[in-house]
Ligand binder design. Structure first.
Ligand SMILES: [Fe+2]
Length: 190
């Protein structure tokens, strides 16, 4: 074997990291509070196509403090920083056929995330799109790059963190139940 072929070097440039964990505490309290919030007036429209979205300051609501504390600890552990500063947090309810169109959470933040409070079966995967321009159209793909999107099937208590620039969308709720999630944007506190 030619020695040069043995010594091929790889540089893994610009990987896109999506992180997952589970926070199963407080789900019932969170669900109850989100339904209570639906009775308050709101005219918020974000990526939702159908569906309801709360105001964007739920990080100030004491019911969601355990979740914020958990995400804070998660960030401290992953990134070796003091923790996370929440800039926005809101709740979404997608009923049958509701979905979220493709969007990103802009580069004003380091990370965005989603937490799943209630997830009936077949109520809509979250789909992340390959952020590299042109990579989605490449006819010959290398390594694991064999598709332009990655599908994540949510489950109750799941937390997903991702870079805020990463485009994503949510498939329509195909169930008869309510798909309840909470989204948030944060920066890391160094
Ligand atoms: Fe989003």
């Amino acid at each position: 074997m030619n020695q040069e072929l043995e010594d091929i070097k790889f540089s893994l440039l610009w990987p896109t990291v999506v992180m997952q964990s589970t926070f199963a505490e407080n789900l019932e309290e969170s669900k109850k509070e989100i339904y209570r919030l639906t009775s308050l007036p709101t005219d918020i429209k974000k990526s939702n196509y159908g569906g309801w979205q709360s105001d964007v300051h739920l990080q100030e609501n004491p019911v969601f403090k355990p979740l914020c504390d958990f995400v804070d600890a998660m960030c401290a552990r992953i990134f070796k920083v003091k923790g996370a500063k929440f800039h926005q947090m809101w709740a979404c309810i997608n009923k049958k056929h509701d979905q979220n169109l493709i969007h990103s959470h802009t580069n004003n933040y380091n990370l965005s995330g989603v937490y799943y409070v209630n997830v009936p079966r077949d109520s809509g995967e979250i789909v992340f799109r390959d952020p590299r321009p042109g990579a989605n159209q490449a006819p010959y793909r290398l390594f694991k790059d064999d598709g332009d999107s990655e599908y994540f099937m949510p489950s109750q208590g799941m937390i997903i963190l991702f870079p805020s620039y990463l485009e994503h969308f949510v498939l329509p709720n195909r169930s008869d139940g309510d798909r309840i999630s909470m989204s948030f944007d944060l920066t890391l506190e160094r």
